[in-house]
Design a protein around this ligand. Structure first.
Ligand code: AMP
Length: 125
């Protein structure tokens, strides 16, 4: 599927939609989630156009992969999470995961106890 250039994160990268920026470098932009699911909820996106984690990990050149994950770690440091009680990283991919925005991103959740790793209905197992 072709990358949707009109998705909300593409518009944030263009500057057409504002964001509450946490960190930016040549490879990543990090900003607060507009509907935080935990006390601290930040999103980290690559600057180039990748629809999902599958797409990013399969096709991004090595320098973008390294740049992205170094940038993600800088965000974690900047948020003070190295010395915190912990955090969770999550990346949704595809319909079953609930991915809403078709631009690869990693969620950083922190600021409180995060509960069980995942929540699915027992009867669906
Ligand atoms: P996902 O379901 O993994 O695709 O996550 C998409 C996330 O983007 C959700 O947690 C939304 O709350 C968040 N989101 C959507 N629009 C915006 C926006 N304009 N600024 C910041 N976060 C957003």
């Amino acid at each position: 599927m072709a990358y949707d250039t009109k998705n909300v994160f593409a518009k944030i990268l263009e500057g057409a939609i504002p964001c509450q920026k946490v960190y930016e470098d040549d490879y990543v932009l990090a900003f607060h989630d507009i509907h935080p699911k935990t006390k601290l909820h930040v999103l980290v996106i690559p600057k180039n156009a990748y629809e999902s984690s599958l797409d990013f990990h399969a096709t991004a050149p090595d320098h973008e992969l390294v740049g992205y994950y170094r940038g993600l770690n800088k965000v974690i440091e900047k948020l003070g999470l190295r010395t915190s009680d912990g955090f969770r990283l999550l990346s949704n991919c595809g319909a079953n995961s609930g991915q809403e925005v078709p631009h690869f991103h990693t969620h950083i959740f922190s600021g409180q106890h995060l509960g069980p790793m995942i929540c699915v209905k027992r009867e669906s197992l």
